[in-house]
Design a protein around this ligand. Structure first.
Ligand code: GGG
Length: 374
C-alpha cells in the first residue's frame, strides 16, 4: 500500500509489540492513535508477531507473514521492543535489525527534546539523532576461529557510499526544516579512516551533489569525533545532582546546546541516542521512527526492560510519542501535534509519572492522563 496521504480512506497500522514491555506500551500508543481518529483516516490495526518469545514458541523470530503483511497490507507500523539474548543462539537473529533491512528503513530518526517548564518556552535540550539503520557493524558478519592466540573473533563493518549518501540527504533535509539548521557529522575517522572516512566525506559532499543546487546553503555543517561528541552533550542535570558520583557521571554531557541534528553510522547513532536520553531524564521518553522512502515504522528507543516487565509501570510516553512521529512523517500534523501537546502537559503537570521519572503512576494511569488531554 503506497497510497498518498490524501488518497487514504483508512490508515492500516501494523502493530508488533514483540517482547517484554513492548506488549504493555504499544497498546497505549494504539489507544492514543484511536483518540485522534478524527484527524486521520480511520485507523485499522493489524496485529503482527516477531521477537525472542515468538522464536522460542515457533522457531522463527521474524515470520514471513509479518514481513509480507507490512509490505503489502500496511501503510505504517509500530514496533515495541525485543529481548535478543546476549549469547549466540543457532537459528536466531534480531528481528528488528532484519526488519529495518527488509523494509529498507534506512534512517532511524530519534528526537531528544526536553519539556520546558511553561508552554511556549524553549526546551533546554532539543536535538535529533539521525542514525544510519542498515549497515555498519549491524551487518552482523562475525566469525570465530581458534588461532595461535586462542579464540579469535572478528566482525566486519560495512559503510557504503550509497547508504551514507541517503542518510546524509535525510539529515540535511531534517536540518533544513529546523530553526537552527545545523548538522553535525559524527564519526571516528582519526582511527577508522577508511570506513568512517567514507561516511564523513560522503555526507559532507551531499550539498554538492548534482541537482541539489544550493538547497542546503543555509545549513551549517560541523563534525565531531564520536567520543568527544558524547563528552560535549551538556547536562542541565548536574545542577540537581546530589552526589558527587552522579556529578562525575553527568560530566559526560557538557554542552547539548551545540547540537541540532546529528548524523551517525549505525552503532554510534545507537549509543549516542541512548546516552542523550539521560539529558531529558529517562530512556522511557525517547521516541523514534525507522524511515525509508516508502514506509515508516515508529519504535520507542528503549528495549524490552525485563526487570519491570509485567509490573504495569513501564513508561508509555516513548511509544505514544513514536506514534506521533509516525503520523507526523505521514503528514498528519494536526493529529501528531495533539498527541505531543497532551504528553507535554502531562509531563509538565507532573501528577502522573511512572517510576523512571520518579513518579508512582502505572502505565495505564499515564495513558489515561494523556487521553484526558487529547
Ligand atoms: N525498541 C528498541 C529495542 O527493542 N531495543 C533493544 C534492541 O535494540 N535490541 C536489539 C535486539 O534485541 O535484537
Amino acid at each position: 500500500r503506497s497510497l498518498t496521504t490524501a488518497a487514504r480512506q483508512s490508515l492500516r497500522i501494523g502493530l508488533i509489540p514483540a517482547d517484554g514491555i513492548g506488549k504493555e506500551v504499544i497498546p497505549a500508543a494504539k489507544a492514543v492513535i484511536t483518540a485522534v481518529g478524527s484527524d486521520i483516516p480511520k485507523p485499522d490495526f493489524v496485529d503482527l508477531v516477531a521477537g525472542w518469545e515468538c522464536f522460542t514458541r515457533t522457531g522463527v523470530a521474524l515470520p514471513e507473514e509479518t514481513v509480507e503483511a507490512l509490505q503489502n497490507e500496511c501503510d505504517c507500523a509500530l514496533f515495541g521492543s525485543v529481548s535478543s539474548p546476549s549469547r549466540k543462539v543457532v537459528g536466531y537473529s534480531s528481528p528488528i535489525v532484519a526488519l529495518r533491512k527488509k523494509l529498507d528503513l534506512y534512517a532511524n530518526i530519534r528526537p531528544v527534546i526536553s519539556v520546558a517548564p511553561e508552554a511556549g518556552q524553549k526546551p533546554a535540550v532539543d536535538l535529533v539523532v539521525v542514525r544510519e539503520n542498515t549497515e555498519c557493524l549491524y551487518v552482523k558478519e562475525e566469525t570465530l576461529i581458534v588461532g595461535e592466540n586462542g579464540k579469535e573473533a572478528r566482525a566486519s563493518r560495512l559503510i557504503t557510499e550509497r547508504a551514507s549518501r541517503r542518510i546524509g540527504q535525510m539529515a540535511f533535509e531534517l536540518a533544513k526544516s529546523r530553526p537552527r539548521k545545523h548538522l553535525t557529522i559524527i564519526h571516528k575517522s582519526n582511527v577508522l579512516s577508511v570506513t568512517d572516512g567514507l561516511f564523513r566525506e560522503t555526507v559532507r559532499a551531499v550539498p554538492s551533489l548534482p541537482g541539489v543546487d544550493g538547497k542546503y546553503s543555509d545549513v551549517t555543517i560541523a563534525e565531531q569525533l564520536v567520543d568527544s561528541a558524547v563528552y560535549r552533550y551538556a547536562s542541565i542535570l548536574p545542577l540537581r545532582a546530589e552526589s558527587s558520583l552522579i556529578i562525575e557521571l553527568l560530566r559526560l554531557f557538557r554542552e547539548p546546546e551545540i547540537f541540532d541534528v546529528m548524523v551517525a553510522p549505525n552503532l554510534y547513532g545507537d549509543i549516542i541516542s541512548d546516552a542523550a536520553a539521560a539529558l531529558v531524564g529517562s530512556l522511557g521518553l525517547i521516541p523514534s521512527v525507522n524511515a525509508g522512502d516508502n514506509f515508516v515504522m515508529g519504535e520507542p528507543v528503549h528495549g524490552s526492560a525485563p526487570d519491570i516487565e509485567g509490573k504495569g509501570i513501564a513508561n508509555p510516553i516513548a511509544s505514544i510519542r513514536s506514534a506521533a512521529l509516525m503520523l507526523r512523517r505521514l503528514d498528519y500534523t494536526k493529529a501528531a501535534d495533539r498527541i505531543d501537546k497532551a504528553v507535554d502537559q502531562v509531563i509538565r503537570e507532573g501528577r502522573f509519572l511512572t517510576p523512571d521519572l520518579k513518579g508512582k503512576s502505572t502505565t495505564s494511569e499515564v495513558l489515561e492522563a494523556v487521553l484526558s488531554k487529547i
